[in-house]
Design a protein around this ligand. Structure first.
Ligand SMILES: *Cc1c(COP(=O)(O)O)cnc(C)c1O
Length: 538
C-alpha cells in the first residue's frame, strides 16, 4: 500500500467555534475534522493499482456513466477520520447519561464476553436444530426468568424493540377479541404516555383516545372508568409512568377494564424501577413488553439492536406469535414453528393453535438474549431487587438535592421511582429548558430528556440509573445546580451555550426537517451549495 499524495489541508471553515487562535483549528488534543470528501481528493486513491485493461463492457445501459466520486484516502487516513469523529461523540462509557425514559446504563463486560462465545455468536438461524441446543436453552431459560419476574403466563421472545413489543401485544389483544367475535375500535392512552403507545394503537387500526392525568401525575381513574365501554379494546398504561411515578391504582384500573370486557396493556419500559419488587401479573396486566436494552442492561442507542419480549397473561398466551421455545418431557428444548404448533399448543394452552402469526423471520435478537441472561444470572434474584432499589434511591437523591433550585411538580406527592421530573417554572423570562440543556454540554454532561412528558411545562426528565456512584451524582448535581441558579437569575450567557463544544448551537429544527445527508461538490466558481431537498439528497 502506498500513502496517497493528497497532503494536509486545513479544515474547511465551519459555522462553529470561530477563531480559537490555533493554526489548525484544533483545540489541544480535541481535533477538528472536515468532511471525508473535503479531505479525500476524488482524483487520488489510497492504493496504486495499474489501470484495468480495456475490455468490452457487457453492462449495456446499466454501465455507470458518471464518476463514482469516492474520497480517495489511505487506510490510516480513513481510520483517523472516523476515530476523530467518534471522539466528538458522547457515550455511556465516557460519563453519566441522564436521559429519562431511556435507562442508559452501564453494560457489564461479562455480558459482552458471553455474547461473543463462538457457540452463540457464530451460529446461523437456519442451522439444524440439534446443533443449536445451547442457544435454544438460553432463549428458554431467559423466557423462564422473564415469566417468573413478572408473574405472567407466557412470553413472546421475538419482538425486536419496545415499540415492536407494543405491536405484538396489541396484535395478541386483537386476535383474542376477534376469536370471541368482538370488534372493538378504541384504545385508551393516558396523556403522559410515550409517543410509541398511541402510534402503535393507530398502526393496528384502533382509534386512540386520551385519558387525563391528575394533579399528582397519575392516571385519572374516574375519567378512565367513565370512558370504558363496549367499544374499548384496550387501555395502554405505562407503569411506572413517564412522570417517574408508580401508578398505585393499577389493580383497580385493570379490574375496571376487565369488567368492561377490555384488555390491559402495560408499557414495561420502566420495569427497571420495580424489577424484583412488583410482579405485573399480580396487577391484572394482560400484556407487557420488557426492553432488554433498558432493564436488563443490553447496549442501546445509535440504532440498536434492541429487544422487546412481551409477557402475556393466561388469556392472551394462546394468541402469541410463533416461534416459541418449549421443553418436552425428554428434557430437550424445541423451537415450535407452524408444523409442531398444534401438537404443542394442545399441551401448553389446552387447545388448537390460535397464534396471530409471526413478528420476525427468525427468533429474535440472540445477542441480546445472551447478554440479558448473563446480566440476570450474575445478579441473581436478590441482586435484581437491589438494582430497582438503587435506581430509585439515586433518582430520589437527584430530586431532593435540586428541588430548591428546580421546580419538581410532583415532589409533593411523595418519592419518585427511577427518574426525577423537573419543570422550567422559576426560570427568568426568556430562559428555556433548551438553554439549560445546552449549558450542561459545556459542563461535560449529556443533557437529560427535555420537553417530555408533555404534561409538564419545559419538562426535564433525569434518570441516573443504579450504576452511577454518589461521587458521579454529586458532580452532576453541582453542575445542574449552578446552571439552574443562572437560569433563575436570567444569565444571558446561557443563550449562547454551548461555548466549549466542537459545534455551537445548531438550528435543530432545520436539521430535523431538512437534513442534508449527502455531500455535493461545491460549484467550481465558489458559488453556494445548492439548496437541499426536504428529504436530503442522495
Ligand atoms: C423506550 C420506551 C419505549 C420504546 O421502546 P423502544 O425499544 O425504543 O422501541 C416505549 N415506552 C417507553 C415508556 C419507553 O421509555
Amino acid at each position: 500500500m502506498t500513502i496517497n499524495q493528497s497532503g494536509w489541508k486545513p479544515a474547511a471553515p465551519i459555522a462553529g467555534p470561530g477563531d480559537i487562535g490555533t493554526t489548525t483549528g484544533n483545540r489541544a488534543l480535541m481535533l477538528e475534522e472536515a468532511l471525508i470528501f473535503e479531505i479525500g481528493d476524488t482524483e487520488t486513491t489510497g492504493v496504486d493499482i495499474a489501470g484495468a485493461p480495456a475490455v468490452e463492457s457487457r453492462l449495456g445501459a446499466l454501465a455507470r456513466s458518471a464518476e463514482i466520486g469516492l474520497a480517495g484516502l489511505s487506510e490510516p487516513e480513513t481510520v483517523r477520520h472516523y476515530t476523530r469523529l467518534s471522539r466528538q461523540n458522547y457515550a455511556i462509557d465516557l460519563g453519566l447519561f441522564p436521559l429519562g425514559s431511556c435507562t442508559m446504563k452501564h453494560n457489564p463486560r461479562l455480558n459482552e464476553k458471553m455474547a461473543r462465545l463462538p457457540g452463540f455468536a457464530d451460529i446461523h438461524p437456519l442451522q439444524p436444530r440439534e446443533t443449536v441446543q445451547g442457544a435454544l436453552e438460553v432463549i428458554n431459560e431467559l423466557a423462564f426468568w422473564l415469566i417468573d419476574l413478572t408473574g405472567m403466563h407466557g412470553v413472546a421472545m421475538s419482538p425486536k424493540a419496545g415499540a415492536h413489543g407494543e405491536l405484538c401485544g396489541l396484535l395478541c389483544i386483537r386476535a383474542a377479541l376477534e376469536a370471541r367475535g368482538d370488534a372493538r375500535e378504541v384504545v385508551l392512552v393516558p396523556e403522559s404516555a410515550h409517543g410509541t403507545n398511541p402510534a402503535t394503537a393507530a398502526f393496528c387500526g384502533y382509534r386512540v383516545e386520551s385519558i387525563p392525568a391528575t394533579d399528582a401525575g397519575r392516571v385519572d381513574l374516574e375519567a378512565l372508568k367513565a370512558r370504558l365501554g363496549p367499544d374499548v379494546a384496550a387501555v395502554m398504561i405505562t407503569n411506572p409512568n413517564t412522570c417517574g411515578l408508580f401508578e398505585p391504582q393499577m389493580k383497580e384500573i385493570s379490574d375496571a377494564v376487565h369488567a368492561a370486557g377490555g384488555f390491559v396493556y402495560c408499557d414495561g419500559a420502566n420495569f427497571n424501577a420495580i424489577v424484583g419488587k412488583v410482579r405485573p401479573g399480580d396487577l391484572g396486566i394482560d400484556a407487557m413488553h420488557i426492553n432488554l436494552h433498558k432493564t436488563f442492561s443490553t447496549p442501546h442507542g445509535g440504532g440498536g439492536p434492541g429487544s422487546g419480549p412481551v409477557v402475556l397473561s393466561e388469556a392472551l398466551s394462546p394468541f402469541g406469535p410463533l416461534p416459541y421455545t418449549a421443553r418436552t418431557k425428554d428434557g430437550v428444548v424445541h423451537l415450535i414453528e407452524e408444523e409442531q404448533a398444534d401438537e404443542f399448543s394442545e399441551e401448553h394452552f389446552g387447545g388448537a393453535l390460535q397464534s396471530f402469526g409471526r413478528m420476525t423471520a427468525f427468533h429474535g435478537q440472540m445477542g441480546m438474549f445472551t447478554r440479558a441472561l448473563s446480566y440476570i444470572l450474575s445478579h441473581g434474584a436478590d441482586g435484581l431487587k437491589q438494582v430497582a432499589e438503587d435506581a430509585v434511591l439515586n433518582a430520589n437523591y437527584v430530586l431532593r438535592s435540586l428541588e430548591d433550585v428546580l421546580d419538581a411538580p410532583f415532589a409533593h406527592s411523595g418519592p419518585c421511582m427511577h427518574e426525577a421530573l423537573f419543570s422550567d417554572k422559576g426560570f427568568a423570562d426568556g430562559v428555556s429548558t433548551l438553554d439549560l440543556a445546552k449549558a450542561l454540554i459545556d459542563e461535560g454532561f449529556h443533557p437529560m430528556t427535555m420537553y417530555f412528558p408533555l404534561v409538564v411545562h419545559g419538562a426535564m426528565l433525569v434518570e441516573p440509573t443504579e450504576t452511577e456512584s454518589k461521587a458521579a451524582l454529586d458532580q452532576f448535581i453541582a453542575a445542574l445546580r449552578s446552571i439552574a441558579e443562572r437560569a433563575r437569575a436570567g444569565d444571558a450567557a446561557l443563550k449562547s451555550a454551548p461555548v466549549h463544544a466542537p459545534r455551537r448551537r445548531l438550528d435543530e429544527t432545520l436539521a430535523a426537517r431538512k437534513p442534508v445527508i449527502a455531500y455535493r461538490t461545491p460549484a467550481p466558481d465558489g458559488a453556494d451549495l445548492p439548496t437541499p431537498s426536504p428529504v436530503g439528497d442522495r
